[in-house]
Structure formats: structure tokens, C-alpha cells
Design a protein around this ligand. Structure first.
Ligand code: ADP
Length: 199
């Protein structure tokens, strides 16, 4: 399966999502089954893997294909025109993370408009990320997006410091020694299960 994680706005959990989808695929399909291609010029996923150890390979787009069955792409920000079209045509699914904040939601709507302009052939799902646990902004955002007919993955990724610790330590969140880290992994497992079913 080829999954592209993309968003028009930075800082919405795109890299964290790509890393944890790749971790989930690796858990499900075994070591060597999945590769994460980091096409983001910030190379955040490559740096993540270099700081510690991830259970899958993270490679640059220029790397020789390794024959993995599953490919997760951490896309560059703001794909447009032919690049967006190629991402749609080359992927089984686009996962679009957004936080429930107004600026992120605005950027999301622009991307959805771009996808609609491709004439309905884009297979995509929106993922609510970095959702605060101390207010109901996540619920409000979901309702607003559903009212617009935008397809969302069930569940959300809550805001947890453990994700930042995981990035710093160069590991998936399940390797962070913190009770809440386990909850962060549960959030991504729920998303991973749905993504696999969309094959
Ligand atoms: P993007 O790839 O969209 O720019 P990142 O995945 O790099 O975003 O995330 C941006 C920042 O937010 C990073 O510091 C990351 O650790 C943090 N972050 C991402 N997801 C969460 C989350 N669910 N909870 C808390 N912090 C998060």
C-alpha cells in the first residue's frame, strides 16, 4: 500500500503521523515490510531516525527502491498542481493531518478544494491531530468538517508531550517511558487499522 501524508500547513503533525503509520504497518506486516520516504525538504523524519532507532528504514526520495511492500510518504508541504496530481495518482490513499485550530482548518479547506478540482479521483481522509484534551475544540472541528462532507478518519490524535520526547529520542512513541505515551500509540493504532482497511 502507498500512503502519502500531506498538508498545506506545517506544524500539524505530518511527520509524526508518517512515522507512526510506518511503525504501525511494521508491527502488522513485520520487519522490512515498510519504508518511509521523506520527501519533505526539512528532512524531519530522516533526522528522527538518525537520533535514535526506528523499526523501519527512512530514506530520501533518491534512494534505490528496497522492495518493501508498503510505502509511507512524508510529503513536502503545500503540494500543488502536477505534484498534487502525481501524489493522488501514485498513492492508494492521502492522509491529511490537521489540528483543530482555525488556521490549520483554513489550510485544510484549500487543500480539499485542490483535491476536488482533480475531479473526484482523490482518495483521501482527514486526521485530526494535536487535539487538546482540555477543551472540546476537536469535537467542534470534526462536526464542522463533517458538515462540509469531508471524509475523516474515526478517532483523533490527542496532544501529548510524549510525541515530542519520541522525536527527540529518535524512537516511536511506544518506546517512550511514560504512561501517556502508550495512549498516544493507541491513538495511532486506531488510525493505522482504518488505513489498512482502506486498501
Ligand atoms: P509537520 O510535519 O506537520 O510540520 P510535525 O509532525 O513535525 O509537523 O509536528 C510539529 C511539532 O508538533 C513537533 O514538535 C511535534 O513533536 C509536535 N507534535 C506533533 N504531533 C503532536 C501531538 N499529537 N501532541 C503533541 N505534540 C505533537
Amino acid at each position: 500500500m502507498i500512503v502519502t501524508v500531506t498538508s498545506h500547513k506545517g506544524g500539524v503533525g505530518k511527520t509524526v503521523t508518517a512515522v507512526h503509520l510506518a511503525a504501525y504497518f511494521t508491527e502488522r506486516f513485520g520487519e522490512g515490510s515498510t519504508v518511509l520516504i521523506d520527501t519533505d525538504p526539512n528532512a524531519s523524519a530522516i533526522e528522527w531516525s538518525e537520533r535514535g532507532r526506528l523499526p523501519f528504514q527512512v530514506v530520501e526520495p533518491s534512494a534505490e527502491p528496497g522492495g518493501e511492500e508498503h510505502v509511507i510518504l512524508d510529503s513536502q508541504g503545500r503540494l500543488g498542481g502536477e505534484d498534487l496530481e502525481a501524489a493522488v495518482d501514485d498513492s492508494d490513499l492521502l492522509v491529511i493531518p490537521t489540528s483543530p485550530e482555525a488556521l490549520s482548518l483554513n489550510a485544510l479547506m484549500l487543500l480539499v478544494d485542490d483535491l476536488k478540482a482533480l475531479g473526484g479521483r482523490a482518495e483521501y481522509r482527514v486526521l485530526l491531530t494535536m487535539v487538546p484534551w482540555w477543551n472540546r475544540s476537536g469535537t467542534g472541528a470534526r462536526k464542522a468538517l463533517e458538515a462540509e462532507g469531508i471524509p475523516l478518519l474515526d478517532g483523533e490524535i490527542r496532544r501529548r508531550e510524549a510525541f515530542q520526547t519520541a522525536a527527540l529520542q529518535g524512537v516511536p512513541v511506544y518506546d517512550v517511558n511514560d504512561r501517556r505515551a502508550k495512549q498516544g500509540w493507541e491513538d495511532y493504532k486506531k488510525i493505522g487499522r482504518q488505513v489498512i482497511k482502506l486498501r
